[in-house]
Design a protein around this ligand. Structure first.
Ligand SMILES: [Cu+2]
Length: 121
């Protein structure tokens, strides 16, 4: 998986920097493992409707429709409430959270976060 290679490369580069005594914040490497994702809501669809994420990642939804929508997990544990046109809402992914979600106003609109652990490299 390309992501794993990149993560390993970053970790390796950091390890080399540390060996060389180069001042570098380990937080930078840690932060780089946390990815940001955007899901657009357009024409009554979530795009992408299925998104692979890892715990610690941020997922942001933006409503590009004229009509309001919600992003609501199937078990209602996370819910954006009403999002009007161009409103944004984000959630930080955590292990064990419900992956499947829908829009309360249009229950045929569904999406899924596929949560996978990402190797630190
Ligand atoms: Cu909707």
């Amino acid at each position: 998986m390309p992501g794993s290679r990149t993560s390993f490369g970053t970790a390796a580069a950091l390890a080399v920097a540390v060996l060389l005594g180069v001042t570098s914040s380990p937080m930078v490497a840690g932060e780089s493992l946390r990815q940001s994702h955007t899901v657009q809501i357009r024409n009554l669809r979530f795009s992408p409707s299925e998104l692979v994420v890892a715990p610690g990642d941020t997922v942001e939804w933006v409503n590009k429709d004229l009509i309001p929508h919600t992003i609501t997990s199937d078990d209602r544990t996370w819910d954006s409430e009403r999002l009007n046109q161009n409103d944004r809402w984000e959630v930080v992914v955590h292990e064990g959270m419900r992956e499947t979600y829908f829009c309360r106003y249009h229950p045929s609109m569904t999406g899924r976060l596929v949560i996978r652990l990402r190797s630190p490299g």
